[in-house]
Design a binder for this molecule. Sequence first.
Ligand code: ZN
Length: 419
Amino acid sequence: MASKLPYELTPSLYLDHRTDELTAFLQKIVRLRTVNPPGENYGAITRLLASTLKNLGFKVRRIRIPRALQKKTLPDLLAYPRYNVIGFWDTGAKKTIHFNAHYDVVPVSGKWRHGTAFNPTIERGWIYGRGTADMKGAIASIIFAIQALQQTGVRPNFNIEVSFVADEETDSALGTGWITPYGKLRADYAVVGEGGEGNAICCGHNGVVWLNVQVHGKAAHGSLPTQGINALEKMAALVLALNNYKRQLARQTFRAPNGERLHPTINIGGVFSAGEGGKINTVPAAASFTIDRRVLPNENVRSAEHALTAFLKSAARKIPQCRITVSKISDNFSCYRPPNHPLFAALQASVSRIRRRPTKFMVSTGFNDMHFFAQVKKIPTLGYGPGGLDYHGVDERARVKDLVDSAKIYADLLTTFRG
Ligand SMILES: [Zn+2]
């Protein structure tokens, strides 16, 4: 990318001098609207990221998910092919650190006050745009960390493997969920560029079970409601019964290393609807709602699903004429590793050194792609990146200093951690 400098610099000093280049690169990849769903411009961004890694001397594989597989998982989105980029820099080291970031972003709504979502502006040290925080900023930090090492002639202690992946914002199935079993990765350790930010490093995250509950009623004329079975009324009774379940969940805890106590939660009815053909003068024959159950690292995702399903069925039996069908939409494993592995200590030291603040380990209530590395590859995995504010919202933004600090931290980790 940049030409070799005539004088010696540390990676940190190099990065201080390249802030504009880093933000310009981030602006460039934000302008590629990789909105998911449906998964736009994946071809264009992976071409750009693959060539960027090639210019850094990486062996690069840009892998298109086979059409047959996409047909099975995303049959409605065949016009939007899925790609993942995997790069490998063989430094001659024995072991390999893997850096992972997803390049897809969530759709945009609302009116932005700072620039527009896909034409990012920089104001007072912040860069605004969809994906600046979640998580194209991390892509920029990873690339510039590597560039900083190369341009200053500082040798990393590891081979560096990088994955830039699709679909984290939906279910990761064809992104990190695909590369971890099938991508022939060589990673011994993984750093996912989100989950932790600032002075907090993520050493685990909650899992999730998403269910759909379909309530079956019987239609009748609105003037004769007793002749039907009102699915909406049955659904309302069932939703009220779930308050008991919430109380049960509130008694379970998981204590994170930073002292925070996490509880399992359910969010009811992120999506809820009546059946087709609903009319004001018809007794509703169908109603449905979703449940988003967050699963603690010390719980089992399968047992959580079974327990919730059993609760719903038993609650429905207690409501007269309440017939339901419960189906799973998707699930994701939790992950957690107590922060006593040397990788964790090394990243903690790097964050503290660069940011000059004490650093804590936290467990994220939301999920990210860490669990694929932790559970499928079974390797020590951390979440840390530049982060930002208003993820998924209006005026999403990343602080320029945090982008540069993250790049410095990655570079520092690669030269101080011994493996
Ligand atoms: Zn993300």
